[in-house]
Design a protein. Structure first.
Length: 213
């Protein structure tokens, strides 16, 4: 089972032996622990619960501390692949190898309330011919007796909250595995800011990771 929780680190450029340069992201992934195996008889489905990110025991309630068998773990996620693991199994970066294709899932950066130009890429109005305050306005939203019978149609692109979405980036490659510092170097960009919780799993269409948004 190729699945691990980590945090996003810095970005850098990695050069291969052939001289090719890759934009890459460093993921700090300390060893994870399998904390629970969920079965169809008890929970109604099959999955593996993994805990990661050790913290101070005083920052974890007694229920979580007992569930993790005394380990103070900060994050818990589930993986819909229960093959070959048992409760207490430790998963570290050595589960991955250079060249592996992976999927990375994280919460993207929050950008607050944004207008349609930034949020949806609208061009805005013309910059001449008497326009004064409507350069970045959204324009008509279809009221009156026109489209949708005088109401705003569902899914209309308008201003609103932007970012803070659960984003999955597929088909990334593992460029380096550094067991000494518990780091994975992955090609491309990863959603979120530095320190964001990141789920990394092998690129297998039969797997499906779940977690809170």
């Amino acid at each position: 089972m190729k699945f691990i929780l980590g945090t996003k680190g810095k970005m850098l450029t990695v050069f291969t032996e052939e001289g090719r340069a890759y934009a890459a992201t460093v993921i700090n992934a300390t060893p994870n622990t399998v904390t629970q195996l969920k079965t169809p008889e008890k929970e109604g489905y099959t999955s593996v619960q993994v805990g990661g990110g050790e913290t101070k025991p005083t920052r974890v309630n007694k229920a979580q501390l007992g569930h993790a068998k005394g380990k103070a773990l900060k994050h818990f996620r589930e993986m819909r692949d229960a093959s070959g693991v048992e409760v207490g199994t430790v998963i570290d970066v050595s589960a991955f190898a250079v060249g592996d294709k992976v999927e990375v899932c994280a919460i993207s950066k929050g950008k607050g309330f944004q207008g349609v130009v930034k949020r949806h890429g609208f061009h805005g109005g013309p910059r001449s011919h008497g326009q004064k305050h409507s350069e970045r306005s959204p324009g008509s939203i279809g009221g009156g007796g026109g489209r949708a019978g005088g109401r705003v149609a569902r899914g209309m692109r308008m201003a609103g909250r932007m970012g803070s979405d659960r984003v999955t980036v597929r088909n990334l490659s593992v460029l380096q595995v550094i067991p000494e510092t518990h780091e994975l170097v992955i090609s491309g960009a990863v959603p979120g800011r530095r320190g964001t919780l990141v789920e990394i799993r092998g690129a297998n269409p039969s797997t499906n990771a779940q977690g809170k948004k």
